[in-house]
Design a protein around this ligand. Sequence first.
Ligand code: ATP
Length: 236
Amino acid sequence: MLEVKNLSLAYGLHRALDGVALNVGRGEIVTILGANGAGKTSLLKAIAGVVRTLPGKQVRLGGRDISALAAHDIVESGLALVPEGRGIFGDLTVKENLLLGANPKRARDGEAARRERVLALFPRLRERAAQIARTMSGGEQQMLAIGRALMSNPDILLLDEPSLGLSPAMVQELFATLLRVREAGVGLLLVEQNAQESLRIADRGYVLENGAIVGHGTADHLKSDPAVQRAYLGGV
Ligand code: ATP
């Protein structure tokens, strides 16, 4: 459903992404493995259209060419980014954050029903609808960020390090929820330092090194690859 080809990005003379190609199918979880500085955050931002890329990229969503669209039009076409650090509105309530997520035109019809589905997915957000977002725990804020992104009615959700800073129990809860998001037919592109956990829920993965894809395969294939084990799974 999401197809990316020839995606390159430079910060000044530093080439952060070099001809990246990847795809994510409907209801598929695809993970990006990469060390610090490999370009994972840049990759998600480039797909979401929030950073300027080098000419020549091709990004298609559901068969439609979205390469030249501005970030808000990319959201309208069905792609939502949950950025690292979550990007929620800390001074607003949980409910207000969710309502803002439904601002894209594609999300206005059926807003109430969608909000009900999001609250069913994250019961904690229902309990805390009136709470000021920044007073919630890190895990709760992460769930709010994902809930808000789902309110835009996306076909594809990009997630940048959602498990960062969460307790092991919260990581389990979050990843179980991502599996349920996938069941609803949403495709997930998941960037994670926690390769062990992300390969547990992913269908497939790509390995990003110095801005280039150097390997890809099914999650099972990657888990059993000695180079992946050494670099990302703490193997020897
Ligand atoms: P991490 O896991 O540490 O967050 P990452 O894989 O997400 O890393 P990016 O944040 O995409 O990596 O950064 C890729 C490279 O680009 C790094 O060398 C980083 O220092 C550089 N970089 C990122 N953003 C900028 C920027 N705005 N200006 C200059 N260089 C940048």
